[in-house]
Design a protein around this ligand. Structure first.
Ligand code: WTA
Length: 650
């Protein structure tokens, strides 16, 4: 990190939305004073704060020490014994949640299934014993490559129950990507399905597994769930149908009393070099922070129907579809398919049908819905909603306002939650009954989280100035290492800014101390010596009435060092004319300053994105520079976009 120049801050977004009084009145944390007190208390003694949070869970044996910190390695709740599945299931069986819906599932093809806590507990016990019958023992790695069906949660919880370490691989990844992950983790068993439904067609998961396992010698068994009825080959001795395996075992499977630091899961995330990193999370600390944040950030109620739209293949699906909500005894909704199948109002239809009250999704989805037009949500009864959330990217203020007005009908607070695969749980976020929301800002670090914006030497930068987003003290759900590569863990996160965890993101704080995430540092532009955040220019573009989505990158420029190149998708009905290009250039210049005026504006039907919806600016940089795309593209969602973008040079 050689460039110490501050990131220029140009975006002027001043609006602030205090919690609606009716919401604040009954909220878990009510009013800014209450949050400030909680915050101050936690800052005085983070260990005491997290200790109190941990006491809401059931421990087989109490911990001796809350934190042992030998940088960069943390151990939380040292000496404590606990089981995640016990806390997500068994603990609720003695109370009123016994027969409450734990999971409400809707398949893409329209069928629904509800599993109560008691029923889910039974399914997990059966599958845990099934895994044992295949020789899976504590510490063994189990890969899960399933569609969004209840069995994905069952398989995860079954691993947690017996102390096996799961590695969920998103069902959209290729055989090759799966094989690399199986080998890196040394997986013993793969859990998959004959297929899954996506946009009306069957994704042939088992075929990909067959191909991957051919190159993954550690795998000794494959479990196959019958979901679509697709023809698959079953290899004798290696492959087992889920329903046959579970028919042969008992549902009684005692939860292992695991050490607080026992590994819970590995989750692969892409690194800048392309080689995936296996982020390792452990048991006690992870569950404490996911449970605390689920309860407080979503202000969870006994009667909520809570829907996080993430796939279990991402960390959001781990922490906020499965572990956080179930640890809180909530009713979580799970949907298998595409957001717009068979019609663009599928999500709104689901909210209407199941009376969803808390809805948590990604900015990329919100922008896509904005583009499809207001008539789709307008047709549906969304009055059950009381809280909205976003995660995954900075949300452009324009999209934020659309979300608030068109989906939340101006009634629901919005929580913009910043966190990462590596942080395991939410770190920076409003508390909906206490924090005034600002469109585009994740607002404040949660109590017990010491996030800061610093320069390359680790000194805090003045309010208003851009810098590097870091976390200065350990937190319970932090990653413990990179699986099999502790050197990379140290190098990647702990070597760039002395003594602190570096997130890889740029950020600034406003005069109220609120955090504005400026995006990945790798994406920062340098135009005539000014470091500009791509996110701010994109937000200015999305603020124009014709624009649905925008991605901004730098391309080499002799005069300026870098010039701003913008890729823009338009709202339905808007024509891509040369006049509109000029209009957009001027719009940016007016909104944030002439320095940010795009040199190029290119219209495109779609932007290249990762499968979790993040724009792949790296690829766009290569296209903007006029070259061919050379880097790793294995995480790209739709390859045809690249070809189109390259052809469209004008
Ligand atoms: C970005 C997803 C702005 C950020 C949970 C981070 C965000 C990366 C936000 C992690 C947000 C996530 N505002 N940016 N609310 N949430 N990000 O590992 O760049 O898939 O570092 O975890 O997404 O992405 P990951």
């Amino acid at each position: 990190m050689t460039d110490e120049k501050a990131i220029s801050v140009l975006l002027k977004e001043k609006r602030s939305y205090p919690p609606p009084p009716a919401f604040a009145k009954t909220a878990l944390v009510s009013g800014p004073g209450a949050r400030a007190r909680l915050q101050a208390e936690a800052a005085r003694s983070p260990e005491k704060f997290w200790g109190q949070a941990a006491r809401r869970l059931e421990w087989f044996k109490p911990w001796r020490k809350t934190l042992v910190w030998r940088a960069p390695h943390a151990k939380w709740f040292v000496g404590g014994r606990i089981n995640v599945a016990h806390n997500c299931l068994d603990r609720h069986l003695d109370g009123p949640a016994r027969h409450k819906a734990a999971l409400i599932w809707e398949g893409e093809t329209g069928e629904t299934r509800t599993l109560t806590y008691l029923q889910l507990h039974r399914e997990v016990g059966l599958f845990a014993n099934a895994l044992k019958s295949l020789g899976v023992a504590k510490g063994d790695r189990v890969a899960i490559y399933l569609p969004m069906v209840p069995e994905a949660a069952v398989a995860m919880l079954a691993c947690a129950r017996i102390g096996a370490v799961h590695s969920v691989v998103f069902g959209g990844f290729s055989a090759e990507a799966l094989r690399d992950r199986l080998n890196d983790a040394g997986a013993k068993v793969v859990v998959t399905a004959d297929g899954g439904w996506r946009k009306g067609t069957v994704v042939r998961l088992k075929d990909a597994v067959d191909e991957a396992v051919a190159g993954a010698p550690s795998v000794t068994a494959v479990v196959v769930l019958k979901r679509t009825g697709t023809d698959v080959t079953i290899r004798d001795g290696r492959d087992h149908w889920w329903h046959r395996l579970t028919a042969k075992v008992s549902p009684d499977c005692p939860a292992e009393k695991l050490d607080s630091e026992h590994p819970l899961f590995i989750l692969y995330t892409s690194g800048s070099t392309g080689r995936p990193k296996g982020v390792l999370h452990t048991t006690g600390g992870y569950l404490v922070q996911t449970a605390w944040t689920t309860r407080h950030v979503f202000d969870l109620r006994e009667t909520d129907v809570y829907w996080c739209t993430a796939d279990v293949g991402w960390v959001t699906g781990h922490s906020y579809v499965v572990y956080g909500p179930l640890a809180c005894g909530a009713t979580a909704l799970m949907y298998e398919g595409a957001p717009t199948h068979p019609r663009p109002d599928r999500f709104w239809e689901i909210i209407e049908r199941h009376r969803v009250s808390v809805f948590y999704t990604a900015p990329t989805a919100i922008r896509a819905f904005m583009r499809l037009g207001d008539e789709w949500p307008a047709k549906r009864d969304l009055s059950s909603l009381r809280l909205l959330g976003t995660v995954g990217e900075p949300i452009n203020p324009e999209a934020w306002r659309w979300y608030r007005e068109t989906i939340g009908r101006k009634r629901c607070p919005i929580v913009d939650t910043w966190w990462q695969t590596e942080t395991g749980a939410i770190m920076i976020s409003p508390l909906p009954g206490a924090t005034a929301a600002k469109p585009g800002s994740a607002t404040l670090p949660l109590p017990g989280i010491d996030a800061a914006v610093v320069d390359a030497a680790g000194r805090p930068v003045p309010l208003g100035q851009g810098g590097y987003l870091v976390v200065r003290r350990p937190w319970p759900s932090m990653l413990r290492t990179i699986w099999g590569d502790d050197a990379r863990f140290r190098q990647q996160y702990w070597s760039q800014i002395p003594g602190m965890y570096f997130t890889g993101d740029g950020a600034r704080r406003d005069k109220d101390g609120c955090f504005w995430i400026l995006g990945r540092i790798d994406d920062v532009l340098n135009v005539a010596g000014h470091r500009l955040s791509t996110m701010e220019i994109e937000s200015a573009l999305v603020g124009h009435a014709a624009v649905a989505e925008a991605a901004v990158v730098g391309r080499p420029d002799e005069l300026m060092g870098q010039a701003v190149a913008a890729f823009v998708t338009l709202k339905g009905g808007r024509a891509p004319t040369p006049e509109l290009k000029d209009e957009l250039r001027e719009h940016v210049a007016k909104a944030i300053g002439a320095i940010a005026r795009p040199a190029d504006v290119r219209f495109t039907d779609a932007l290249p994105k990762t499968r979790s919806g993040k724009i792949m600016r790296r690829l766009l940089r290569e296209i903007a520079a006029g070259g061919a795309v050379r880097g790793d593209v294995t995480t790209l969602e739709d390859f045809t976009i690249l070809a189109k973008l390259q052809k469209d040079e004008d």
